[in-house]
Design a binder for this molecule. Sequence first.
Ligand code: AMP
Length: 545
Amino acid sequence: MLGLMQDGQLLLSTLPTYAARNHGTAEIVSNTVEGGLHRYTWADAEKRMCRLAHALRRLKVDVGDRIATLAWNGYRHVELYFAVPGIGAVCHTINPRLFPQQIAYIVNHAQDKVVFTELTFVPLLEALADHLGCVEAIVIMTDAGHMPQTALSDRFNVLCYEDILAAEKDTIDWPRFDENTASSLCYTSGTTGNPKGVLYSHRSTILHSLGGNQPDLFGAGARDCIMPVVPMFHANAWGLVYIVPMTGAKMVLPGMGMDGETLQRLMEEEGVTISAGVPTIWMGLLQYLRQSGKRLDNVERFVIGGSACPRVIIEEFDNTYGIRTDHAWGMTETSPIGSYNSPKPNWAGLDKAEVHTRQLKQGRGLYGIEMKIVDGEGNDLPWDGEAFGALLVRGPWVVREYYRSEDGPAVDADGWFNTGDVANIDPDGFMQIVDRTKDVIKSGGEWISSIELENVAVGHPAIVEAAVIACPHPKWDERPLLICVAAEGASVTREDMLAHFEGKIAKWWMPDDVVFVDELPHTATGKLSKLELREKFAEYKLPTA
Ligand code: AMP
């Protein structure tokens, strides 16, 4: 027997409609490429989304067409986030930091029909013009006064965003369709091989947003002011752009301004209470606060993920600025929220240092995400906080199959997706990432976590960034090599670093050598590029070898 309740489809167009009606005065503030802040409300935004939807149809955008964006976190990008799927097309966010050839590959693989680009990326598209055969039109996300002279006009129908909106009416009857329809597309950065497309649906996105805003997760409400620093081109800005219209929170979008100074100013002037980003962002902000002596008086919480959170971030934001850091884990393939670290009642009464230690874990799986860890043969491992193995997940916002993939399903017969991460899970359900499967150091049959060594290294005040990679060793197979970037003007030696590790790790985890470099390579999503480091240090001979 079926239930007798309505089956309203979970469609993304319902979000701006809801926000305009219920939170019409809630603001969206954007730091713009043209200069200065742009400010409007959800009532304004929803009208412009209607205009954009009509404009898309005038460009002959049909249900299922892929529409690409090359854009920062800003109001026009938000409009695209809703108007494109609103008419049944697919919003394909492209990471502009990828290698140009990868961008061309992605556009062609997705068969993008129209590309919406911020002014910043016009030169990038000009350089790729010969390789974008599928693209029919390019819309530059600016007004007539800022339209550039561009060679793109020789090949494409180049349009001005504000012009195409101005011609349209500001109401629409959003179409209703199956909630399983594709809504957006995001390619993984692909450290090896070609990037792979994760194709989200309206249903998966709405369920992810509902799941991700529970009280022990983002837990945002109408009195909050949220600043997603995590880019809208990387894993949907962790769902925040969809969560905000559900809540009526104010939203502040930093555009290109991801440096400490801009972030501090925006946070103070706009009253930001919650912000989210990767560790490098928060390290940059911390350094700016240290140097300038400035404060953050409104911020209650930083959410950090994408890479393991170094202890110094949790400690210093708490001890010096009274800001809690929530550690989260996820992947493009998990929409992306997979786990979130919020205290349990048995944390009450713990001293600060112990709380900080517990906050280093990537957190508990949220309702909607099932997790397990397995050994090499696929056997379940216990949740004792000690045993570690491959981390598998499944749930309604986890990938089932990559877009136009010839490899078949991305999951096993029971629907489990292997994350490529190695983790342990404690009896309270807190998961801790030990390493990426590819990055773990296999020393004498035992595993050393590169992440843990890196965290200890950046706890040294003279170190701004650190990476640990495996180096070949005749006796132990692999041993850890620590590669550090020292702060400007700091003098720190190999011996200082090794002394700093004393007592903080098991003796046999001690790096066999330390080298200093001016900078470390990063992937397009801001993670350390261990692949590049391994290539660079392929011939490196450890003193112990
Ligand atoms: P991406 O799809 O680019 O977001 O990358 C996902 C990967 O980033 C995960 O599989 C992890 O290896 C890594 N990652 C994400 N969050 C964390 C975290 N909090 N700690 C450690 N690694 C993380």
